[in-house]
Write a protein that binds this ligand. Structure first.
Ligand code: UDP
Ligand code: MG
Length: 328
């Protein structure tokens, strides 16, 4: 019995923040309410300031000064959300970690429900959104089409309508930490590592303030990354297309030889020629592009650069990144 009360379980919250000064006060407040209504756990927040250009870092510093549970690290520049998540996972030490967005689109209020399932023995409790909030219909269409494509490419490995909002047991966090890919696609990694998963559904709110940091171009880049980092199927498809076209071309050749021999060859068929050349040219360029995507990824991985650099953590400047968790 004494053993039981020796230590509360420690729940870590990992929150990447990039130019989030408008939402931080509200976020602090909502988290504080959550913490005081669930004192059966030890709470700790790890903010990752991802090179913000506004007062985000200042506010994180102040909050840490007021309440030591609100810890933070600050990256040396904007590395993007995926890297911010990795940096946070390297720095946080808790029995389970909940990843959530700073903009309150992932309501902290459902964390207790996640914790319940975690206590039941699930390692990865992820939240699937019911509704994508007030996004423009173009974005909604693209997102739908993208997931259909991704589903088909990866054989359903990446879950639809599931963001990064999830609770991970320490074992999962350790596993993710070990993966040091510099072009990360965390959504794919979650399912790749496996472990015992549980889904819960929630209504995704609209962004509370500020604006989404993703432009269409960035979303496209992310989509490409999602596909090329989790599957080599596009390469397979271009080989298959090549084979298919060769077979058709072969049959066409046989037919042309026969026709020329029987009926002679009055010169014609310029349109056919053009169409064929253009079509093949297009397919070739596409295949080269697909190959290039993979080669680019290889290039970036073989450089073996550290994934990120820290500039500051919990009020202290970081002078030597090599001695910290970022040591891989
Ligand atoms: N974010 C980040 N670095 C970036 C872009 C975003 O850390 O370069 C954080 C951001 O502060 C937020 C989360 O990632 O906490 C999700 O960003 P956003 O709300 O812009 O994405 P969306 O909800 O539109 O997918
Ligand atoms: Mg958001």
């Amino acid at each position: 019995m004494e053993e039981q009360h020796r230590e509360k379980k420690k729940v870590g919250l990992l929150i990447p923040a990039y130019n989030e000064q408008e939402v931080l006060p509200m976020l602090f407040e909502r988290l504080d309410i959550l913490f005081s209504s669930h004192q059966e756990y030890d709470w700790e927040v790890m903010f990752v300031n991802d090179g913000s250009r506004d007062n985000t870092l200042l506010m994180l510093r102040q909050m840490y000064g007021r309440d030591g549970r609100f810890r933070y690290i600050s990256l040396s520049r904007n590395f993007g959300k995926e890297m911010a998540l990795l940096a946070g996972m390297d720095s946080i030490d808790a029995d389970c970690v909940v990843i959530l967005d700073a903009d309150l689109q992932d309501p902290p209020e459902i964390i207790p429900e996640m914790l319940q399932y975690w206590e039941e023995g699930y390692d990865d409790v992820y939240a699937r959104r019911n509704d994508r909030g007030k996004e423009s219909w173009i974005r909604r269409c693209f997102s739908k089409a993208y997931y259909v494509l991704l589903d088909w490419m990866t054989k359903g490995e990446v879950l639809r309508n599931t963001g990064d909002f999830r609770l991970l047991d320490r074992t999962c966090v350790e596993a993710l930490r070990e993966i040091r890919e510099t072009e990360r696609y965390t959504k794919g990694l979650f399912s790749w590592i496996g472990f015992n998963k549980k889904e819960i559904v929630f209504d995704r709110a609209d962004r509370l303030a500020g604006k989404s940091h993703w432009s269409m171009v960035q979303l496209f880049a992310l989509a490409m990354e999602g596909i090329t980092s989790s599957t080599t199927r596009p390469l397979r498809i271009s080989s298959f297309l090549g084979l298919l076209i060769s077979i058709v071309a072969f049959c066409f050749m046989v037919w042309i030889i026969i026709r020329t021999n029987f009926y002679g060859d009055p010169v014609q068929g310029f349109p056919t020629l053009m169409v064929t050349i253009l079509f093949l040219g297009g397919i070739q360029l596409l295949s080269i592009g697909i190959m290039g995507e993979y080669i680019g990824r290889v290039f970036n991985e073989v450089k073996r650069r550290p994934a990120y650099f820290l500039r500051e953590a919990d009020g202290k400047l970081i002078r030597n990144n090599a001695t910290r968790a970022n040591k891989y």
